[in-house]
Design a protein around this ligand. Structure first.
Ligand code: DX5
Ligand code: ZN
Length: 215
């Protein structure tokens, strides 16, 4: 069964406690927290105080996705705000090995995110240091975008790299996930799926999450 991480970017910010409790009561596994700075991506979402507000009510781990430049400057803050997993973009890190170590020193699981145009082989030297790799299946910055189908092949390449290096790394996918794309991803070897608009725009978010869990 895949890990399901609903993205709080698609929740109702005026009712964030209600939507956090909805995820608590659902069969979802993690809260996916999308942090955008308006520099690394062309959109601004929310930051540390909102992450703390979600944490106050969340009964499941926070999976924090940093779409920001210089993520190393904010890792301690997000760890303190309650993140269990922190993922940084490969494209935003000059010293990815150091940044992964820093995330772990702050008591969190460490993830690397690849944009759609960034190849998997760039992770060869650090895959054994990654608790998680998040493959973007849309260009980051916005919810509700169309799934980029070449991600399916990328999942297979990542799975092969993990096997080759005998790493113990979770494969997570983010963007445009629904029942159809989710099924193809799970069949290709994805372990965790992020879903934002599909869950929160659904007339019955609980059944949307159940459906993804049972793909
Ligand atoms: C995009 C974010 C995603 C986004 C997914 O930049 O990283 O987590 O919220 O949204 P959907 O599921 O609507 O594509
Ligand atoms: Zn995300």
């Amino acid at each position: 069964m895949p890990i399901i991480a609903p993205s709080m970017l698609a929740s109702d910010f005026a009712n964030i406690q209600r939507d956090t409790e909805l995820i608590n009561e659902s069969s979802a596994d993690w809260f996916h927290i999308d942090i955008m700075d308006g520099v690394f991506v062309p959109n601004i979402s929310f930051g540390i105080p909102v992450t703390e507000a979600i944490k106050k009510h969340a009964k499941k781990p926070l999976d924090v996705h940093l779409m920001i430049v210089k993520p190393e400057n904010y890792i301690a803050d997000f760890a303190k705000a309650g993140a269990e997993i922190i993922s940084v973009h490969w494209e935003a890190c000059t010293h990815i090995h150091r940044t992964l170590a820093q995330i772990k020193e702050n008591g969190c699981k460490a993830g690397v995110v690849l944009n759609p145009g960034t190849p998997v082989h760039l992770l060869e030297e650090v895959i054994t240091d990654c608790d998680l790799v998040l493959l973007m299946s849309v260009n980051p910055g916005f919810g509700g975008q169309k799934f980029i189908s070449s991600t399916i092949d990328k999942v297979k390449k990542l799975k092969a790299l993990i096997a080759e290096k005998k790493a113990d790394t979770i494969i997570e996918i983010d963007g445009g996930v629904n029942f159809e794309t989710g099924k193809a991803l799970v069949d290709a070897g994805a372990d965790a799926l992020v879903a934002g608009s599909f869950v929160f725009s659904h007339s019955d978010p609980f059944s949307a999450i159940d459906g993804l869990k049972n793909l």
